[in-house]
Design a protein around this ligand. Structure first.
Ligand SMILES: NC(=O)c1ccc[n+]([C@@H]2O[C@H](COP(=O)([O-])OP(=O)(O)OC[C@H]3O[C@@H](n4cnc5c(N)ncnc54)[C@H](O)[C@@H]3O)[C@@H](O)[C@H]2O)c1
Length: 389
Protein backbone atom coordinates (compact mmCIF):
# COMPACT_ATOMS: atom_id res chain seq x y z
CA UNK A 1 0.00 0.00 0.00
CA UNK A 2 1.39 3.45 -0.87
CA UNK A 3 -0.37 6.31 0.80
CA UNK A 4 2.46 8.83 1.09
CA UNK A 5 1.96 10.35 -2.35
CA UNK A 6 0.63 13.85 -2.93
CA UNK A 7 0.85 13.67 -6.72
CA UNK A 8 -2.92 14.27 -6.96
CA UNK A 9 -2.64 17.67 -5.27
CA UNK A 10 -2.08 21.03 -6.95
CA UNK A 11 -2.63 24.71 -6.20
CA UNK A 12 -6.43 24.29 -6.15
CA UNK A 13 -6.82 21.23 -3.96
CA UNK A 14 -7.98 18.83 -2.77
CA UNK A 15 -8.31 20.32 0.69
CA UNK A 16 -9.49 17.16 2.35
CA UNK A 17 -9.87 13.46 1.51
CA UNK A 18 -11.66 11.15 3.93
CA UNK A 19 -11.72 7.42 3.25
CA UNK A 20 -14.01 5.09 5.13
CA UNK A 21 -14.56 1.33 5.20
CA UNK A 22 -16.77 -1.20 6.88
CA UNK A 23 -15.69 -4.82 6.89
CA UNK A 24 -19.14 -6.13 7.75
CA UNK A 25 -20.87 -4.80 4.61
CA UNK A 26 -17.72 -4.61 2.45
CA UNK A 27 -18.37 -0.92 1.92
CA UNK A 28 -15.45 1.33 0.99
CA UNK A 29 -16.03 4.98 0.44
CA UNK A 30 -14.39 8.33 -0.03
CA UNK A 31 -15.24 11.99 0.36
CA UNK A 32 -13.11 14.51 -1.52
CA UNK A 33 -13.44 18.19 -0.73
CA UNK A 34 -11.55 19.91 -3.49
CA UNK A 35 -11.74 23.66 -3.00
CA UNK A 36 -13.94 25.70 -0.66
CA UNK A 37 -12.67 29.19 -1.45
CA UNK A 38 -16.11 30.18 -2.82
CA UNK A 39 -18.24 28.16 -0.41
CA UNK A 40 -18.69 24.73 1.12
CA UNK A 41 -17.92 21.76 -1.08
CA UNK A 42 -20.94 20.45 -2.97
CA UNK A 43 -21.24 17.68 -5.53
CA UNK A 44 -23.19 14.46 -5.98
CA UNK A 45 -22.61 11.06 -4.40
CA UNK A 46 -21.78 8.10 -6.63
CA UNK A 47 -22.08 4.36 -6.06
CA UNK A 48 -20.21 2.05 -8.40
CA UNK A 49 -18.47 -1.30 -8.00
CA UNK A 50 -15.34 0.03 -9.74
CA UNK A 51 -15.15 3.44 -8.04
CA UNK A 52 -11.67 4.81 -7.36
CA UNK A 53 -10.40 7.66 -5.21
CA UNK A 54 -8.85 9.27 -8.29
CA UNK A 55 -12.21 9.20 -10.07
CA UNK A 56 -13.91 10.94 -7.14
CA UNK A 57 -11.09 13.50 -6.87
CA UNK A 58 -11.43 14.31 -10.59
CA UNK A 59 -15.19 14.72 -10.28
CA UNK A 60 -14.70 16.96 -7.23
CA UNK A 61 -12.42 19.18 -9.34
CA UNK A 62 -15.00 19.35 -12.11
CA UNK A 63 -17.45 20.62 -9.48
CA UNK A 64 -15.01 23.37 -8.42
CA UNK A 65 -15.08 24.69 -12.00
CA UNK A 66 -18.81 24.12 -12.49
CA UNK A 67 -19.81 26.17 -9.46
CA UNK A 68 -17.38 28.94 -10.32
CA UNK A 69 -18.37 28.85 -14.01
CA UNK A 70 -22.02 29.29 -13.15
CA UNK A 71 -21.05 31.87 -10.50
CA UNK A 72 -22.80 30.29 -7.53
CA UNK A 73 -21.19 30.20 -4.11
CA UNK A 74 -20.31 26.59 -3.51
CA UNK A 75 -16.99 24.83 -3.77
CA UNK A 76 -16.06 21.53 -5.37
CA UNK A 77 -16.62 18.20 -3.65
CA UNK A 78 -17.78 14.69 -4.47
CA UNK A 79 -18.31 11.49 -2.53
CA UNK A 80 -18.41 7.89 -3.66
CA UNK A 81 -19.01 4.38 -2.40
CA UNK A 82 -17.30 1.40 -3.98
CA UNK A 83 -20.25 -0.97 -4.00
CA UNK A 84 -22.60 -2.54 -6.53
CA UNK A 85 -25.85 -0.50 -6.58
CA UNK A 86 -27.68 -3.60 -7.89
CA UNK A 87 -26.73 -5.60 -4.78
CA UNK A 88 -29.43 -6.62 -2.30
CA UNK A 89 -27.16 -5.13 0.41
CA UNK A 90 -27.11 -1.67 -1.16
CA UNK A 91 -29.12 -0.03 1.62
CA UNK A 92 -26.92 -1.46 4.39
CA UNK A 93 -23.76 -0.30 2.61
CA UNK A 94 -25.23 3.15 1.98
CA UNK A 95 -26.34 3.53 5.61
CA UNK A 96 -22.90 2.45 6.80
CA UNK A 97 -21.18 4.86 4.39
CA UNK A 98 -23.16 7.91 5.44
CA UNK A 99 -22.85 7.07 9.14
CA UNK A 100 -19.08 6.95 8.72
CA UNK A 101 -19.14 10.52 7.39
CA UNK A 102 -21.47 11.93 10.05
CA UNK A 103 -18.72 14.23 11.40
CA UNK A 104 -18.43 15.96 8.03
CA UNK A 105 -22.15 16.06 7.11
CA UNK A 106 -24.01 18.42 6.78
CA UNK A 107 -21.53 21.14 7.83
CA UNK A 108 -18.77 20.28 5.34
CA UNK A 109 -20.60 18.12 2.82
CA UNK A 110 -24.19 17.35 1.83
CA UNK A 111 -24.95 14.11 -0.03
CA UNK A 112 -26.53 14.35 -3.49
CA UNK A 113 -27.36 12.15 -6.45
CA UNK A 114 -25.01 10.77 -9.06
CA UNK A 115 -24.60 7.40 -10.80
CA UNK A 116 -25.98 4.53 -8.72
CA UNK A 117 -28.07 6.62 -6.28
CA UNK A 118 -31.77 7.46 -6.54
CA UNK A 119 -34.20 9.82 -4.84
CA UNK A 120 -35.14 6.99 -2.53
CA UNK A 121 -31.49 6.69 -1.47
CA UNK A 122 -31.42 10.40 -0.64
CA UNK A 123 -34.41 9.80 1.63
CA UNK A 124 -32.61 6.86 3.28
CA UNK A 125 -29.58 9.06 3.97
CA UNK A 126 -31.78 11.70 5.61
CA UNK A 127 -33.41 9.00 7.72
CA UNK A 128 -30.11 7.36 8.71
CA UNK A 129 -28.61 10.65 9.87
CA UNK A 130 -31.91 11.91 11.30
CA UNK A 131 -31.58 15.23 9.52
CA UNK A 132 -33.16 16.57 6.35
CA UNK A 133 -30.15 18.81 5.79
CA UNK A 134 -27.84 15.85 5.09
CA UNK A 135 -28.94 15.18 1.47
CA UNK A 136 -30.47 16.85 -1.56
CA UNK A 137 -32.42 15.07 -4.29
CA UNK A 138 -35.01 13.42 -2.01
CA UNK A 139 -38.61 13.04 -3.26
CA UNK A 140 -40.94 16.01 -3.34
CA UNK A 141 -43.20 14.25 -0.82
CA UNK A 142 -40.38 14.72 1.70
CA UNK A 143 -39.78 18.35 0.81
CA UNK A 144 -37.06 17.53 -1.73
CA UNK A 145 -36.42 18.94 -5.19
CA UNK A 146 -36.54 16.16 -7.82
CA UNK A 147 -34.93 18.32 -10.48
CA UNK A 148 -33.92 15.38 -12.69
CA UNK A 149 -37.57 14.42 -13.08
CA UNK A 150 -38.39 18.01 -13.97
CA UNK A 151 -35.97 17.95 -16.91
CA UNK A 152 -34.11 20.97 -15.59
CA UNK A 153 -30.77 20.27 -17.29
CA UNK A 154 -32.30 20.04 -20.78
CA UNK A 155 -34.42 23.09 -20.12
CA UNK A 156 -31.23 24.99 -19.30
CA UNK A 157 -29.46 23.71 -22.44
CA UNK A 158 -32.33 25.13 -24.50
CA UNK A 159 -32.21 28.48 -22.71
CA UNK A 160 -28.44 28.71 -23.26
CA UNK A 161 -28.97 27.77 -26.92
CA UNK A 162 -31.55 30.49 -27.41
CA UNK A 163 -29.23 33.05 -25.85
CA UNK A 164 -26.26 31.87 -27.94
CA UNK A 165 -28.37 32.03 -31.11
CA UNK A 166 -29.38 35.60 -30.31
CA UNK A 167 -25.71 36.46 -29.66
CA UNK A 168 -24.82 34.90 -33.02
CA UNK A 169 -27.54 36.91 -34.79
CA UNK A 170 -29.82 33.94 -35.35
CA UNK A 171 -33.51 33.73 -34.43
CA UNK A 172 -34.35 30.50 -32.62
CA UNK A 173 -37.93 30.82 -33.82
CA UNK A 174 -37.90 28.85 -37.08
CA UNK A 175 -34.27 27.69 -36.72
CA UNK A 176 -33.62 24.06 -37.68
CA UNK A 177 -32.23 22.00 -34.80
CA UNK A 178 -30.57 18.56 -34.65
CA UNK A 179 -30.54 16.84 -31.25
CA UNK A 180 -28.16 13.92 -30.79
CA UNK A 181 -29.35 11.67 -27.93
CA UNK A 182 -32.96 11.65 -26.80
CA UNK A 183 -32.45 10.83 -23.13
CA UNK A 184 -33.12 12.95 -20.06
CA UNK A 185 -31.13 15.90 -21.43
CA UNK A 186 -31.84 15.65 -25.18
CA UNK A 187 -35.59 15.19 -24.84
CA UNK A 188 -36.04 18.08 -22.40
CA UNK A 189 -33.87 20.30 -24.63
CA UNK A 190 -35.96 19.42 -27.70
CA UNK A 191 -39.18 20.07 -25.78
CA UNK A 192 -38.11 23.55 -24.68
CA UNK A 193 -36.62 24.52 -28.07
CA UNK A 194 -39.85 23.40 -29.73
CA UNK A 195 -41.81 25.63 -27.36
CA UNK A 196 -39.50 28.52 -28.35
CA UNK A 197 -40.50 27.97 -31.99
CA UNK A 198 -37.48 26.01 -33.22
CA UNK A 199 -37.94 23.29 -35.79
CA UNK A 200 -36.44 20.03 -34.55
CA UNK A 201 -35.50 18.32 -37.84
CA UNK A 202 -33.56 15.30 -36.52
CA UNK A 203 -33.09 13.34 -33.31
CA UNK A 204 -31.11 10.21 -32.57
CA UNK A 205 -30.69 7.53 -29.95
CA UNK A 206 -28.23 4.65 -29.73
CA UNK A 207 -30.67 2.76 -32.01
CA UNK A 208 -30.55 5.19 -34.94
CA UNK A 209 -31.51 8.65 -36.18
CA UNK A 210 -34.67 10.06 -37.74
CA UNK A 211 -34.92 13.11 -39.99
CA UNK A 212 -37.65 15.24 -41.46
CA UNK A 213 -36.49 18.46 -43.16
CA UNK A 214 -39.94 19.96 -42.50
CA UNK A 215 -39.63 19.37 -38.75
CA UNK A 216 -40.45 16.40 -36.52
CA UNK A 217 -43.51 16.35 -34.29
CA UNK A 218 -41.84 16.88 -30.88
CA UNK A 219 -44.88 16.02 -28.69
CA UNK A 220 -45.20 12.77 -30.70
CA UNK A 221 -41.48 12.04 -30.11
CA UNK A 222 -41.88 12.58 -26.36
CA UNK A 223 -44.86 10.28 -26.32
CA UNK A 224 -42.96 7.64 -28.35
CA UNK A 225 -40.03 7.92 -25.92
CA UNK A 226 -42.32 7.21 -22.96
CA UNK A 227 -43.63 4.13 -24.81
CA UNK A 228 -40.46 2.72 -26.39
CA UNK A 229 -37.50 4.50 -24.84
CA UNK A 230 -34.53 4.56 -27.22
CA UNK A 231 -36.56 2.38 -29.64
CA UNK A 232 -38.73 5.42 -30.42
CA UNK A 233 -36.78 5.92 -33.66
CA UNK A 234 -38.40 2.74 -35.05
CA UNK A 235 -41.93 3.89 -34.23
CA UNK A 236 -42.22 7.32 -35.80
CA UNK A 237 -43.73 7.37 -39.27
CA UNK A 238 -43.16 9.63 -42.29
CA UNK A 239 -39.48 10.24 -41.54
CA UNK A 240 -36.15 9.36 -43.10
CA UNK A 241 -34.12 6.80 -41.14
CA UNK A 242 -30.35 7.29 -40.81
CA UNK A 243 -27.57 5.58 -38.91
CA UNK A 244 -26.52 7.08 -35.59
CA UNK A 245 -23.93 9.79 -36.22
CA UNK A 246 -25.23 10.82 -39.65
CA UNK A 247 -27.55 13.37 -38.05
CA UNK A 248 -24.61 15.51 -36.92
CA UNK A 249 -23.90 16.92 -40.38
CA UNK A 250 -27.49 17.37 -41.61
CA UNK A 251 -28.49 20.85 -42.78
CA UNK A 252 -29.46 22.79 -39.63
CA UNK A 253 -28.64 26.05 -37.88
CA UNK A 254 -28.31 24.49 -34.42
CA UNK A 255 -26.72 21.26 -33.17
CA UNK A 256 -27.22 19.88 -29.65
CA UNK A 257 -24.92 16.92 -28.93
CA UNK A 258 -26.65 15.45 -25.85
CA UNK A 259 -25.52 11.82 -25.87
CA UNK A 260 -21.90 11.13 -25.00
CA UNK A 261 -18.33 12.34 -25.19
CA UNK A 262 -16.00 12.74 -28.18
CA UNK A 263 -18.72 12.39 -30.85
CA UNK A 264 -17.47 15.38 -32.87
CA UNK A 265 -13.83 15.22 -33.94
CA UNK A 266 -11.96 17.68 -36.17
CA UNK A 267 -13.07 15.97 -39.41
CA UNK A 268 -16.75 16.02 -38.40
CA UNK A 269 -16.39 19.59 -37.13
CA UNK A 270 -15.32 20.65 -40.64
CA UNK A 271 -18.52 19.15 -42.06
CA UNK A 272 -21.05 20.58 -39.59
CA UNK A 273 -23.61 22.90 -41.10
CA UNK A 274 -24.75 24.33 -37.74
CA UNK A 275 -23.64 27.82 -36.78
CA UNK A 276 -24.59 27.36 -33.12
CA UNK A 277 -23.61 24.31 -31.07
CA UNK A 278 -24.63 23.85 -27.42
CA UNK A 279 -23.07 20.95 -25.55
CA UNK A 280 -25.80 19.11 -23.67
CA UNK A 281 -23.52 16.12 -22.99
CA UNK A 282 -20.19 16.37 -21.18
CA UNK A 283 -17.19 16.67 -23.53
CA UNK A 284 -18.95 15.86 -26.85
CA UNK A 285 -16.43 17.95 -28.86
CA UNK A 286 -12.78 16.95 -28.94
CA UNK A 287 -10.27 19.74 -28.28
CA UNK A 288 -9.33 19.67 -32.00
CA UNK A 289 -13.01 20.00 -32.94
CA UNK A 290 -13.35 23.00 -30.62
CA UNK A 291 -10.46 24.69 -32.45
CA UNK A 292 -11.92 23.93 -35.89
CA UNK A 293 -15.32 25.32 -34.92
CA UNK A 294 -13.77 28.46 -33.42
CA UNK A 295 -11.86 29.00 -36.66
CA UNK A 296 -15.03 28.50 -38.71
CA UNK A 297 -16.90 31.10 -36.61
CA UNK A 298 -19.33 28.61 -35.12
CA UNK A 299 -20.70 29.75 -31.75
CA UNK A 300 -20.17 26.98 -29.21
CA UNK A 301 -21.63 26.93 -25.69
CA UNK A 302 -19.30 24.71 -23.61
CA UNK A 303 -20.72 21.84 -21.58
CA UNK A 304 -20.19 23.20 -18.13
CA UNK A 305 -22.03 26.40 -19.10
CA UNK A 306 -24.81 24.83 -21.23
CA UNK A 307 -25.63 21.82 -19.04
CA UNK A 308 -25.30 23.60 -15.69
CA UNK A 309 -29.08 23.62 -15.14
CA UNK A 310 -28.73 20.65 -12.80
CA UNK A 311 -26.11 22.53 -10.80
CA UNK A 312 -28.32 25.61 -10.46
CA UNK A 313 -31.18 23.35 -9.37
CA UNK A 314 -28.89 21.65 -6.85
CA UNK A 315 -28.10 25.06 -5.34
CA UNK A 316 -31.82 25.67 -5.12
CA UNK A 317 -32.24 22.28 -3.46
CA UNK A 318 -29.57 23.19 -0.91
CA UNK A 319 -31.66 26.22 0.10
CA UNK A 320 -34.88 24.17 0.06
CA UNK A 321 -33.48 21.95 2.84
CA UNK A 322 -34.13 24.84 5.20
CA UNK A 323 -37.61 25.68 3.96
CA UNK A 324 -41.06 24.40 4.92
CA UNK A 325 -42.49 25.50 1.57
CA UNK A 326 -42.64 22.95 -1.28
CA UNK A 327 -40.51 23.79 -4.32
CA UNK A 328 -42.17 24.61 -7.61
CA UNK A 329 -40.62 23.59 -10.96
CA UNK A 330 -41.44 27.02 -12.39
CA UNK A 331 -39.29 28.79 -9.76
CA UNK A 332 -36.34 26.56 -10.54
CA UNK A 333 -36.74 26.98 -14.28
CA UNK A 334 -36.75 30.75 -13.85
CA UNK A 335 -33.54 30.59 -11.79
CA UNK A 336 -31.92 28.25 -14.35
CA UNK A 337 -32.94 30.45 -17.25
CA UNK A 338 -31.62 33.68 -15.70
CA UNK A 339 -28.30 32.21 -14.63
CA UNK A 340 -27.55 30.23 -17.78
CA UNK A 341 -28.47 33.06 -20.12
CA UNK A 342 -26.23 35.48 -18.22
CA UNK A 343 -23.35 32.99 -18.13
CA UNK A 344 -23.67 32.18 -21.83
CA UNK A 345 -23.38 35.82 -22.84
CA UNK A 346 -20.51 36.31 -20.39
CA UNK A 347 -18.51 33.46 -21.86
CA UNK A 348 -19.25 34.34 -25.49
CA UNK A 349 -18.27 37.98 -24.89
CA UNK A 350 -15.09 36.91 -23.07
CA UNK A 351 -14.17 34.57 -25.90
CA UNK A 352 -14.73 37.30 -28.50
CA UNK A 353 -12.68 39.77 -26.44
CA UNK A 354 -9.74 37.45 -25.82
CA UNK A 355 -9.87 35.37 -29.02
CA UNK A 356 -9.79 32.24 -26.87
CA UNK A 357 -12.13 29.38 -27.71
CA UNK A 358 -15.32 29.49 -25.65
CA UNK A 359 -14.05 26.46 -23.69
CA UNK A 360 -10.82 28.23 -22.83
CA UNK A 361 -12.67 31.44 -21.97
CA UNK A 362 -15.14 29.60 -19.70
CA UNK A 363 -12.37 27.77 -17.90
CA UNK A 364 -10.40 30.98 -17.50
CA UNK A 365 -13.39 32.82 -16.02
CA UNK A 366 -13.95 29.97 -13.55
CA UNK A 367 -10.27 29.88 -12.58
CA UNK A 368 -10.18 33.63 -12.11
CA UNK A 369 -13.18 33.50 -9.79
CA UNK A 370 -11.65 30.75 -7.65
CA UNK A 371 -8.24 32.45 -7.60
CA UNK A 372 -9.78 35.76 -6.53
CA UNK A 373 -11.69 34.03 -3.73
CA UNK A 374 -8.50 32.28 -2.59
CA UNK A 375 -6.63 35.58 -2.53
CA UNK A 376 -9.39 37.52 -0.78
CA UNK A 377 -9.70 34.90 1.96
CA UNK A 378 -5.94 34.86 2.49
CA UNK A 379 -5.48 31.30 1.24
CA UNK A 380 -2.89 32.42 -1.29
CA UNK A 381 -0.65 35.38 -1.76
CA UNK A 382 -2.43 38.00 -3.87
CA UNK A 383 -0.98 38.35 -7.37
CA UNK A 384 -1.46 42.10 -7.14
CA UNK A 385 -1.98 44.23 -4.07
CA UNK A 386 -4.28 47.22 -4.09
CA UNK A 387 -3.85 49.68 -1.25
CA UNK A 388 -6.75 51.88 -0.23
CA UNK A 389 -5.81 55.47 0.64
N1 LIG B 1 -28.92 14.16 -16.68
C1 LIG B 1 -28.35 15.29 -16.31
O1 LIG B 1 -28.88 16.06 -15.52
C2 LIG B 1 -27.02 15.69 -16.90
C3 LIG B 1 -26.40 16.84 -16.41
C4 LIG B 1 -25.18 17.27 -16.99
C5 LIG B 1 -24.64 16.51 -18.03
N2 LIG B 1 -25.26 15.36 -18.45
C6 LIG B 1 -24.62 14.63 -19.56
O2 LIG B 1 -25.50 14.59 -20.68
C7 LIG B 1 -25.32 13.37 -21.41
C8 LIG B 1 -26.64 12.65 -21.55
O3 LIG B 1 -27.17 12.41 -20.25
P1 LIG B 1 -28.65 11.87 -20.03
O4 LIG B 1 -28.92 12.01 -18.57
O5 LIG B 1 -29.57 12.51 -21.01
O6 LIG B 1 -28.46 10.34 -20.39
P2 LIG B 1 -29.57 9.29 -20.85
O7 LIG B 1 -28.99 7.97 -20.59
O8 LIG B 1 -30.91 9.65 -20.28
O9 LIG B 1 -29.68 9.52 -22.44
C9 LIG B 1 -28.63 9.32 -23.35
C10 LIG B 1 -29.22 9.29 -24.75
O10 LIG B 1 -28.17 9.26 -25.71
C11 LIG B 1 -28.40 8.19 -26.61
N3 LIG B 1 -27.13 7.77 -27.20
C12 LIG B 1 -26.12 7.06 -26.63
N4 LIG B 1 -25.11 6.92 -27.52
C13 LIG B 1 -25.49 7.56 -28.64
C14 LIG B 1 -24.88 7.80 -29.90
N5 LIG B 1 -23.67 7.36 -30.16
N6 LIG B 1 -25.56 8.52 -30.82
C15 LIG B 1 -26.79 8.99 -30.56
N7 LIG B 1 -27.42 8.81 -29.39
C16 LIG B 1 -26.78 8.10 -28.45
C17 LIG B 1 -29.11 7.15 -25.80
O11 LIG B 1 -29.76 6.22 -26.62
C18 LIG B 1 -30.07 8.05 -25.01
O12 LIG B 1 -31.17 8.41 -25.83
C19 LIG B 1 -24.21 12.64 -20.65
O13 LIG B 1 -22.98 13.05 -21.22
C20 LIG B 1 -24.31 13.19 -19.25
O14 LIG B 1 -23.09 13.08 -18.55
C21 LIG B 1 -26.43 14.94 -17.92
Amino acid sequence: MTLDDFSHADEWGPEKIVTVADTRTGMRGVLVIDNTARGMGKGGTRMSPTLTITEVARLARVMTWKWAGVDLFFGGAKAGVRFDPASADKEAALRSFVRSLSSEVPEEYVFGLDMGLTEHDAAIIQHELGDRRTAVGSPRELGGVPYDQWGVTGYGVAEATDEAARWHGLKINGARVVVQGFGAVGAATAERLHSLGAQVVAVSTSEGAIYDPDGLDVPELLHAKSEWGDGLVHHVGGVKHLSTGEELTLPAEVLIPAARQDVVDAATARRLSASVVAEGANLPLTVEAQAVLAERGVTVVPDFIANAGGVVAAAYAMDARHSAFPSEPSQIRTAVSERLRANTVNVLDESARTELTTHEAARRLAEQRVRTAMELSGRTQPTRVSVRH
